[in-house]
Design a protein around this ligand. Structure first.
Ligand code: E4P
Length: 225
């Protein structure tokens, strides 16, 4: 499974890239609104220069002409840019047109396997079920991931399930077990994946013990004639 970071924050992206675990990035207008003093375009290009992998940037136009124009413009920002389009009738139509032009689409705001099937059939490269937001409604978001993976596999649809709206590390394990080839995770969840209290306690003990024997061997060396 490949891990993407779900953020528009360049420091978080640089940190994840340094750890050697970053395969891509997803952004959206909400994440971008947390950043100040930089345009969406400039930030996406900056991200593309750090990450060697797909970087999703989202369209907000609501009519077909506007959506096509915006998507074509975003696609020109960098060769690694993937254009994110929310699913609805216009979004599917735009995806059908743009995918035939060779533009890579991440169809977003997916809340059912039916929507995932439609997105894949229209030509989306990535299909993003929003696990956490589905869980919030009282349903199991992972069911949508499982069903989408099963349908794509069975009918050899080339679209990839990109597990999104990840809220905690368990979501990533479950998405991986469900066969999602990609999960996009907030930086805080990535940090939670790394941490384990027994690892912290283990490091503390090893450091303390190392200091003990280093002191002892220094004493022994000093006592030698
Ligand atoms: C990913 O592409 C989405 O932008 C993101 O995962 C949404 O997550 P949220 O439900 O935490 O806003």
């Amino acid at each position: 499974m490949r891990l993407f970071l779900d953020t528009a924050n360049i420091d978080e992206i640089r940190a994840a890239a340094r750890m050697g675990i970053l395969a891509g990035v997803t952004t959206n207008p909400t994440l971008m609104a947390k950043e100040s003093g930089v345009s969406y375009r400039d930030r996406v290009v900056e991200i593309c220069e750090v990450v060697r992998g797909p970087v999703s940037a989202e369209c907000t136009s609501r009519d077909l002409a506007g959506l096509l124009e915006e998507a074509r413009e975003i696609a020109k920002w960098h060769p690694d840019v993937v254009v994110k389009i929310p699913i609805d009738e216009t979004g599917l139509e735009a995806t059908s047109v743009l995918s035939k032009e060779g533009i890579s689409i991440n169809m977003t705001l997916i809340f059912s396997a039916n929507q995932a099937l439609l997105a894949a059939t229209a030509g989306a490269t990535y299909v993003s079920p929003f696990i956490g937001r589905i869980d919030d409604t009282g349903q199991d978001g992972m069911d949508v991931v499982r069903e989408s993976v099963e349908i794509f596999d069975r009918y050899h649809l080339p679209a990839q399930v990109l597990a999104a709206s990840i809220r905690h590390p368990r979501h990533i394990i479950e998405a991986a077990r469900a066969g999602a080839p990609i999960a996009t995770v907030p930086f805080s969840v990535l940090q939670a994946m790394i941490k384990h209290p027994l690892t912290d306690a283990g490091i503390e003990r090893f450091v303390a013990d190392a200091q003990k024997y280093q002191k002892e061997s220094a004493r022994e060396r000093a006592a030698r004639p």
